[in-house]
Design a protein around this ligand. Structure first.
Ligand code: FAD
Length: 451
């Protein structure tokens, strides 16, 4: 019989926390509790991946209507009704939140719908003042978006606020060049909002393959996003009908809304972590070892709060690895190598492995750019790009970058082969699926460069 109230107390009911709690209770028979201060499902379900992707879908219909006409359909223009979409979105998020709550309840986990903080190595304090003891504490509190340190920055919104906007703005300025900024630039532009984007760096989507970033930036501009790289906001103030923004490019303009997509920080403030002597990094992230264990042996942390690879499937895997390690006697390190991922910009990107610029060994680059059959027929100018980075020595495919409709779906499958260590010759041995865009991945014969 344990001296603690619980074997495991999980703080945070998002992607990582819910999975760890369910698996520890369901598969390892542990006595588990979980606390969530906002809504179960966390960032991904309530204010991240899910509502974002639904907005990406919504914003694509304008183009589809135009395409339908090109394919012979007699369809009118039609208007987007934000209120109608928003109400359906809200119902869907309520439904998903309910699914998460039921999953927790059905796995026998005690659910606390309130904030929790760490009191000491084995104690959690709930917002109602009660305390619970636990053999292990798992912190999975995620992160939140931050505004830059700028006077009047509170006039701007952050990604959390988008889904609750009372109406669609006529004009929006998006500040930032990361994937969240670029995805929402595509969304607002597609919904008919006059969209401007300022990013202080030389090119959007820093860290990804340069050629892919370049193509996405070009296509975003062609689609209507007024994208200015090398541009930052200097001043913002209230103005009649909106927010006046002075920028480093010498412009002064008024926008209905300004969206700051300038970064996220881990949720560690006021969590009692300093008092419990848990080591934090410079951004406030919880420092953990390869098994997600902090310097306090009974306290572990997973997901965005550790600021490793901030993606839902990664938080989930870190949660599963934690349960394997602590509750199943099978020490498991979450594998952060070769993670396939999608950027839901318009055009979409699917990517895995190294960018061409990051190669540390002699490589061959196979690349092709073409007009997809569907776009060519519809009379659109957009181009698709497929690129493979291949090791000259091992012949292994070290990176794959796709800019194309549904690139996220493609990279999931290409990712399996690449994770298995497929060589360029393995790709070549695979018969093309015709006519598709993805067939180009197995039909690129000659490298465009060797470096
Ligand atoms: P979260 O999901 O953030 O969950 C943490 C939970 O802890 C929250 O519910 C919070 O309310 C709760 N909490 C915090 N403090 C406390 C406390 N003291 N007590 C109790 N509860 C607390 N990832 C992808 O893989 N694909 C995408 O397309 C994608 N798109 C995204 C789009 C946006 C706009 C954003 C913001 C993120 C996106 N992400 C995407 C990232 C993804 O949402 C996160 O990586 C993922 O949610 C991290 O899971 P987590 O469990 O670490 O934390």
């Amino acid at each position: 019989m344990s001296d603690f109230d619980y074997d495991l107390f999980v703080i945070g009911g998002g992607s990582g926390g819910v999975r760890a709690a369910r698996v520890a209770a369901g598969e390892a028979d542990a006595k588990v509790a979980i606390a969530e201060e906002s809504r179960f499902g966390g960032t991904c379900v309530i204010r991240g991946c899910v509502p974002k992707k639904l907005m990406v879908f919504a914003s694509g219909y304008g183009e589809m209507i135009a395409d339908a006409r090109a394919f012979g359909w007699d369809v009118g223009e039609g208007d987007f009704d934000w209120k109608s979409f928003q109400s359906k979105l809200s119902d869907e998020l309520d439904r998903l939140e309910g699914v998460y709550q039921r999953l927790i309840d059905n796995s026998g986990v005690d659910r606390f719908d309130q904030r929790a903080i760490v009191k000491d190595a084995h104690t959690v304090e709930l917002a109602d003042g009660t305390t619970k003891s636990a053999k292990h504490i798992l912190i999975a509190t995620g992160g939140h978006p931050v505004r830059p340190d700028l006077e009047n920055a509170n006039l701007g919104i952050v990604s959390d606020d988008i889904f609750d906007l009372p109406k669609l703005p006529k004009t929006i300025l998006i500040i930032g060049g990361g994937y969240i900024a670029c995805e929402f630039a595509g969304v607002f532009n597609g919904l008919g909002v006059e969209t401007t984007q300022y990013y202080r760096g030389a090119q959007i989507l820093r860290g990804f393959d340069e050629e892919a970033r370049g193509l996405i930036a070009e296509e975003m501009k062609t689609n209507g996003v007024d994208l200015h790289c090398g541009t930052d906001i200097i001043e913002m103030s209230e103005a009649e009908g909106g927010i006046r923004v002075k920028a480093t490019n010498g412009t002064e303009r008024v926008f209905d809304k300004v969206l700051f997509a300038t970064g996220r920080v881990p949720n560690t403030k006021g969590m009692g972590l300093e008092d419990a002597d848990v080591n934090l990094g410079r951004k406030g992230e919880i420092q953990v070892d390869e098994y997600s264990q902090t310097n306090v042996p009974s306290i572990y942390a997973i997901g965005d709060v550790t600021d490793r690879v901030n993606l839902t499937p990664v938080a989930i895997r870190e949660g599963m690895a934690f349960v394997e390690t602590v509750f199943k006697g099978n020490p498991t390190k979450p594998d952060h190598d070769l993670i396939p991922t999608a950027i839901f910009t318009q055009p979409e990107m699917g990517t895995i492995g190294i960018a061409e610029e990051d190669a540390e060994e002699p490589i061959e680059v196979y690349a092709t750019s073409f007009k997809a059959m569907h776009s060519a027929f519809a009379g659109r100018t957009d181009r698709v790009m497929m690129k493979l980075i291949v090791s000259q020595e091992s012949r292994k495919v070290l990176g794959c970058h796709i800019v194309a409709p549904n690139a996220g779906e493609m990279i999931q499958l290409a990712g399996i082969a690449i994770k298995m260590g497929a060589t360029k010759e393995d790709f070549d041995r695979t018969v093309a699926v015709h006519p598709t865009m993805a067939e180009e991945l197995v039909t690129m014969r000659e490298p465009v460069r060797r470096t």
